[in-house]
Ligand binder design. Structure first.
Ligand code: NAD
Ligand code: GLY
Length: 580
């Protein structure tokens, strides 16, 4: 256990959880909790809405600065600041120079849920609070990032988890050691190696940016009741034994990887596991989509049984989506279910396949046809592993990133358009943001529809066409992400034909897929074969092919399509003769 002696300042939008988390954190650290808005009310004897009404916002801001100046000068406090406090340079200076600043970041969706009935927020008393919040977020986000030493994503409320995440990150701050951290009797001196650095203030949601500094570690939470789990994203997490000890429970672990990833990362990761006190069994499979099959699954079971692994053994997937899907399925079935952890090492796996619990193998008659929903205990995404990824694999991962923008978040789509060069150049901060946002969006969908009763199907945007390409050409000819990229262009074309998106938006999808280095024209499998292949899809019902379409860009529609429009899309975009 460690005790942190400095001041802690919480910043973030209204409704991000500063008061709730601040209070719990203060209790844990035995500090005094103060909320700056409450302090202003106590000093003036008047409520915040009334101060706004009588004196106006500027006067409120002046009072806020005085409160921050006075309180930040004390020692040993946790201070929750107002959402707009960071806009004044003098406030930022007080916060930065007098303690550790934690930015509690929440999605607009969550904030709206939390503040919907709160009349004490004068800035949200408008006809369109969502729009107002989006505006405030755009204005303030760069300043939150600028002051923050630590960024924590709050997701849906789970206060104890958030406090735990904050405490672990406080331990990692290099300038707090050893003076600021008073160690109690049982000292845990695990790694301080992966200290996080703040995202540079020139990072922009809307403009192309340069990204000089490494990204900090980000923690998200997939909220699924008792099966909830964290996703930790950041550099050099693979060898961070403190994190490994915290996130991977149990003494016995079996690491499943493949012949490409093993020489790169297995030794370092296994050593970190051993340093964290684990017994490690290593299982190295052949590499390739065509190996995502029954034989590989049996190899895993053979090794587990030969080594007498019991039902407390944790299976760890170290690799891309193929290893993740295989290992997860093995974990779901071995002794009727053993703990499972995902260590994704491709961009595709970090933004998609490691999150959400879909596991399985391919069948010669259809992709991912045999499998189970089985959630991991944790996902640890080490962004440094992306630097050894072949270019084609990076592009394949970007396909899934684009997918989220195309059917869930138009602003994110625009951000990807603006930052595609940085992403292709593997800029650490751009990649970390793309992974974070993708995981946030996916986690939110999975939370609402874990077993794909409806909404989750939107995550298959581009996949109906994409799976047909993969099966039609033979697994492994095109990468999964390449097939999805091309599939999204076809789905955009169909969306346009059916009047759901404009020609301009259809072109934007095609241009972005191309800029990500992905194919935009599909192989000519023959119209009849295309239709047959698309008929074997888990989304289909009563023989009807279901498509995920854009309506509009950043939105979605799950529907069947008239035969003539579908044939026109296939004939226009799948006339190439192009195994890659
Ligand atoms: P992959 O697992 O085949 O990995 C791609 C290649 O990169 C492989 O050769 C792999 O060995 C290599 N590799 C992995 N990490 C590396 C690294 N850090 N440096 C160098 N090389 C590295 O493919 P993928 O794109 O990661 O995943 C595709 C699979 O994921 C498909 O089978 C697809 O069906 C599945 N998938 C599953 C879900 C899900 O929700 N479960 C979602 C999307 C995709
Ligand atoms: N990749 C689609 C899903 O997880 O649902």
């Amino acid at each position: 256990m460690v005790r942190y002696t400095g001041n802690i300042f919480l910043v973030g939008l209204m409704g991000a959880g500063k008061t709730t988390v601040g209070r719990a954190l203060a209790k844990k650290l035995n500090k005094l909790f103060i909320d700056s808005d409450h302090e202003i009310e106590a000093r003036t004897g008047v409520s915040i809405p009334l101060i706004f009404e009588i004196e106006g916002e500027e006067s409120f801001r002046q009072r806020e600065t005085e409160v921050i100046r006075d309180l930040s000068g004390r020692r040993g406090i946790v201070l929750a600041t107002g959402g707009g406090a960071v806009m004044r340079p003098e406030n930022r200076e007080y916060l930065k120079s007098r303690g550790t600043v934690i930015y509690l970041r929440a999605s607009i969706h969550n904030i709206l849920q939390r503040t919907s009935r709160d009349k004490n927020r004068p800035l949200l008393q408008t006809a369109d609070p969502r729009r107002r919040l989006e505006e405030l977020s755009r204005q303030r986000e760069p300043y939150y990032r600028d002051v923050a030493d630590i960024i924590i994503d709050t997701g849906r409320p789970n206060v104890q988890f958030l406090v735990h995440s904050i405490l672990s990150q406080l331990e990692l701050l290099p300038n707090q050691l050893p003076d600021e951290l008073e160690q109690e009797s049982q000292v845990d001196t695990f790694s301080q190696a992966s200290a996080s650095a703040p995202i540079p203030s020139n990072f922009s949601m809307n403009q192309p940016s340069t990204f000089p500094a490494p990204a900090p570690t980000i923690t998200l939470q997939v909220e699924l009741g008792e099966r909830s789990y964290p996703i930790e994203i950041g550099p050099s997490l693979l060898t961070d034994r403190e994190r490994i000890a915290r996130l991977i429970t149990g003494k016995h672990v079996a690491v499943v990887t493949n012949t490409t990833v093993a020489p790169l990362y297995l030794q370092g990761f296994s050593q970190a596991l051993k340093d964290a006190g684990k017994n490690v069994l290593e299982i190295v499979l052949p590499d390739g989509e065509e190996e995502k099959n029954w034989a590989s699954l049996m190899q895993i079971f053979d090794r587990l049984l030969s080594a007498k692994c019991d039902r407390k053994t944790t299976l760890i997937a170290l690799g891309g989506g193929v290893i993740g899907d295989l290992t997860g399925f093995a974990a779901s079935a071995y002794m009727r279910g053993v703990p499972f952890v995902q260590i994704p090492t491709t961009l595709l796996a970090q933004v998609d396949s490691s999150v959400g619990g879909k596991t399985g193998i391919n069948h010669p008659l259809g992709k991912n046809m045999i499998g189970a929903f089985y959630q991991p205990q944790a996902v640890i995404a080490d962004t440094m592993t992306l630097h050894t990824l072949p270019e084609r694999e990076l592009s394949a991962g970007l396909a899934e990133v684009i997918k989220y923008g195309a059917v869930i978040d138009a602003a994110f789509f625009k951000w990807i358009e603006d930052n595609i060069d940085a992403l292709m150049a593997r800029d650490n901060v751009a990649l970390a943001y793309a992974i974070r946002r993708s995981c946030e969006l996916k986690a939110d969908v999975v939370r609402q529809d874990e077993r794909e009763g409806g909404l989750r199907a939107i995550l298959n945007f581009g996949h109906t066409f994409g799976h047909a390409i993969e099966s039609g050409l033979g697994y492994g000819k095109w990468l999964h992400g390449e097939a999805v990229g091309c599939g999204m262009v076809m789905a955009a074309d169909l969306s346009h034909r059916l009047g759901h998106i404009s020609a301009i938006d259809k072109e934007r999808v095609c241009a972005l897929v191309r800029a990500a280095g992905l194919p935009t024209e599909a192989p000519n499998l023959g119209t009849q074969r295309w239709l047959e292949l698309m008929q074997i899809d888990k989304k289909n019902e009563d023989g009807q092919i279901k498509f995920i379409l854009m309506k509009p860009l950043g939105g979605h529609l799950i529907t069947t399509a008239p035969q003539d429009a579908l044939l026109a899309t296939i004939q226009q975009l799948a006339s190439g003769d192009m195994p890659r």
